[in-house]
Each structure stands twice: as structure tokens, then as C-alpha cells.
Design a protein around this ligand. Structure first.
Ligand SMILES: [Zn+2]
Length: 437
């Protein structure tokens, strides 16, 4: 079973398709509840088998309650000539996400406390939310705000905030084992590309490609609103959570930065080692960062009561790049190549987890004679030393306690070469697989 899903020659095709999918989702005004996230899930559901769940407003989930459902039709500010000087139809970032409805006329002095800008990037619109405090507001370019003249403005936010549902989507792909790999991404940001759409696109394509394979693990993909979605899912799926053996939160994985991987709270879980190994062999500039209790939904999965082995894969680290949570996190900020490479890295990580078996050497007294078995030259004919080296490492360290990832780490040889070596030795009767306890 090969997990090198995205071969080099298919990279540009995969990248273009990922970017197209992000483009399709980009205009939707998403939030933690409401029709925007539902429409997003509907489009994801056109590609993969997605089950959606609706949890009613007021449902208690641990220390939280599912909030009211927010929907928005339109919003604007009109000047005294009746011109829309700010228009939700042009950018959904213009509205403070979760704004309560308002329709009134007011002087600039009264309007100003409801305007949010980003003075350090005067042409960008900031992305702001007010989920848990009822408020209304507009976000706009700082330069535009400076040009507003005194006078009276018509202010309208045509939104509703009512009892309804929190909606999330789940795609379950069964494998041989009931043990699960969790892939989680948030689907609650409006027109923001790297922060939300990159994760959604890569997760959707991963689910699509895994669907056709025979799998060791079962895979569960969650498309959820950030924070409250993960808390809701964990509250309602405590038994399922016990089956999670490895997990990844995917966010900000479409920009041009090198990779960053934030480790799980367990610090040295198999997923942490698998990602570090894959990145070491694919992106020399990648950085591994320690766990911290702030970030995306790994915060919930790694809360002490669950302490699941779930890390967070990023390119640029959330909150640290200037475009983060602004209108500059747009489709141009994404790169098709980066998206394709992120897809490929995730697939390679799954490849490690799927194939990380332990073996026992059946001929442990001195080296078996590889040449006699045709194993002292490469399968391709000529003999790249590393293939032979990999076989010797596998034979030497396969004492039934070390996994192939242990051997890959100790030898410095990439997992896929170690795995190929082990499979070849097994088929030649020199190794046997040790079934996990
Ligand atoms: Zn965000």
C-alpha cells in the first residue's frame, strides 16, 4: 500500500485543484454557526461522504453552552448622499462577525466606537469577532476611516442572532482497526484563505484520496467551528475520543513559508515523531515547536482530561504573520505548490503511521547471506548503498521491540526506504511481523 499519494509529477495538478476548491469556498461568509458554515459543509460534502450534525443552541458542552445561531444577509454604511461607503457585499470582513442587527442613523462620533481598523496596515481590513459578547461593528481600512467626514451616517446590519444550531461535519473512513486517526480543521472564518480554507481544502482532498485505499487505521475528519466546535464534539463523543491513537489539526498550510509543527501535549507521541521524521526528510527548514496551551483546536484535544496525541501542522504559525486575520490573507496569499506539498506531507505522515510495524529477525545469528538471496543489490539493478544499508539496519534492530520508525530515526534513513527494506526481507523469509499486543 503506497501513501505517496501525491507523486511529484502530479503535484502541479493537485495544487491547482486545491486552489480551485479554496477559491470556491472563499466568498462564503462563515461563522461558528449559521448558513455560511452549512454551505461550506455542503460543498465539502460534494467531494467526500460527509455527515453533518446540528447541536441546538443552549446545549451544555463541558463548561460552555452552544451559542445562538448567527446569520447575515447584508450590511452597509451609507453617507448623507445615500451612497454605500462600506458594503458587506464587497467584503464579508467588513462586518464584526456575530454582530447583532442594527439599522439607524447616527453622527460619526457615535459610529466611531463601532469601527475597527489596523493602523499598522492602513489598506487592509481586519477580521474581528464578538461571539460571546453581544455587540455590533464594522471593520475597514484605516485609510478609509481617516477620510470619513463629520456628518450623519445610515448604519445597517441585517443579521439575526436567534436560537438555532451549531453545525459541524464529520467524514469517517473505516480501516481494518477501530483505532482512529483524527484530522481536524476549523471551518468558521469568512473570506480568509490560509487561516481556514487551506486546512479545509487539504483535509477534504486527503479524505477523498484515502477513501479508495485499504487502511490499517480508521480515519475521522472533523470540519468544525473553532474552539466551541471541538469542545462540542469532544463533549458528545467521549467514547469515540478514546479510540483516537494519532491526530492532526491542520491550519495555515497554504502559504509559502516552510513548515512548523507544534507537538502534542504528550511531547513524544508517535504522531509527533512521525511528523518530525517526514519533515526532516522533506523540508530542511521545517521547525518543530513545543506544545503550548494556546493555538487552535489541539488546545481542546490536548486538554488534560483528554490528553490526546494531537499535534498541529502549519506553514506560517497562526498569529505571527502580518496577513493573519486580515483581508491580506486572501487567495493570492496561497500557493498551489504549497497546498500540494502540504497534502503530500500529510499523506507521508499517514504512510508512516500505517506502516510503523515491529518485526523480528528470523536469522539473528550473524548476518544472513543477502547476496545468495539477491538482496545485496538494489531492486532496480544497480546498487544504491542506502538500500542495502537500510536492509542491514532493519535486520540488526528488528528484535521485536523496535518499530520501523525507531529504526528510521536511529539510522537516519527515510521511513519509506526502511519500510521497503522490511517488506522485502519479510517476503524473503528473513523477518516476521510482530502483531501489536
Ligand atoms: Zn483564525
Amino acid at each position: 500500500m503506497s501513501f505517496e499519494i501525491v507523486e511529484q509529477k502530479n503535484r502541479s495538478k493537485a495544487g491547482a485543484e486545491l486552489l480551485d476548491f479554496a477559491r470556491k469556498l472563499y466568498p462564503i461568509c462563515r461563522s461558528i454557526t449559521g448558513s455560511g458554515i452549512r454551505e461550506t459543509l455542503r460543498l465539502i460534502g460534494e467531494r467526500i461522504p460527509l455527515k453533518t450534525f446540528n447541536v441546538p443552541t443552549g446545549t451544555q458542552v463541558f463548561d460552555w453552552n452552544v451559542p445562538k445561531e448567527w446569520n447575515i444577509q447584508d450590511a452597509y454604511i451609507k453617507d448623507s448622499n445615500g451612497e454605500r461607503i462600506l458594503d458587506f457585499q464587497k467584503s464579508n470582513l467588513h462586518v464584526l462577525n456575530y454582530s447583532t442587527p442594527v439599522h439607524t442613523i447616527m453622527p460619526l462620533s457615535e459610529l466611531k466606537p463601532h469601527l475597527f481598523t489596523l493602523p499598522q496596515h492602513p489598506n487592509w481590513i481586519p477580521y474581528k469577532t464578538s461571539y460571546y459578547k453581544e455587540d455590533w461593528g464594522f471593520c475597514l481600512a484605516h485609510d478609509q476611516m481617516l477620510k470619513l467626514e463629520d456628518g450623519r451616517y445610515e448604519v445597517c446590519i441585517d443579521s439575526t442572532l436567534r436560537d438555532g444550531h451549531l453545525t459541524y461535519g464529520e467524514c469517517f473512513i473505516p480501516g481494518k482497526a477501530s483505532d482512529e486517526i483524527l484530522i481536524s480543521c476549523h471551518a468558521c472564518h469568512p473570506s480568509l484563505a490560509n487561516d481556514n480554507l487551506s486546512g479545509l481544502a487539504v483535509a477534504t482532498f486527503l479524505a477523498e484520496q484515502l477513501s479508495g485505499l485499504r487502511l490499517r487505521y480508521s480515519y475521522r475528519f472533523l470540519f468544525i467551528p473553532g474552539t466551541i466546535g471541538a469542545i462540542t464534539w469532544l463533549a458528545q463523543n467521549r467514547d469515540t475520543a478514546k479510540r483516537i491513537r494519532h491526530g492532526l489539526v491542520l491550519t495555515c498550510i497554504g502559504d509559502r513559508s516552510s513548515f512548523h509543527y507544534k507537538k502534542s501535549r504528550q511531547d513524544n507521541a508517535e504522531i509527533d515523531r512521525a511528523v518530525a521524521h517526514v519533515l526532516k526528510h522533506s523540508d530542511p527548514s521545517a521547525e518543530i515547536i513545543p506544545f503550548s496551551p494556546y493555538g487552535y483546536d489541539e488546545r481542546q484535544y490536548c486538554s488534560p482530561g483528554f490528553n490526546l496525541p494531537v499535534g498541529c501542522l502549519m506553514r506560517s504559525v497562526w498569529g505571527t504573520f502580518p496577513e493573519y486575520h486580515t483581508s491580506a490573507d486572501n487567495l493570492d496569499f496561497l500557493s498551489a505548490d504549497s497546498l500540494a506539498e502540504s497534502l503530500s506531507v500529510c499523506a507521508s505522515v499517514f504512510g508512516v503511521l500505517e506502516n510503523n510495524w515491529r518485526y523480528r529477525n528470523l536469522a539473528p545469528f550473524c548476518e544472513p547471506q543477502l547476496g545468495r538471496r539477491g538482496l545485496y543489490h538494489s531492486t532496480g539493478g544497480s546498487a544504491p548503498a542506502f538500500e542495502i544499508e537500510a536492509r542491514l539496519w532493519v535486520l540488526n534492530l528488528s528484535d521485536g521491540t523496535r518499530s520501523l520508525l525507531d529504526i528510521a530515526e536511529q539510522s537516519g534513513i527515510s521511513f519509506s526506504v526502511i519500510r521497503d527494506g522490511a517488506e522485502l526481507l519479510e517476503s524473503n523469509g528473513l523477518l516476521e511481523k510482530v502483531e501489536p499486543a
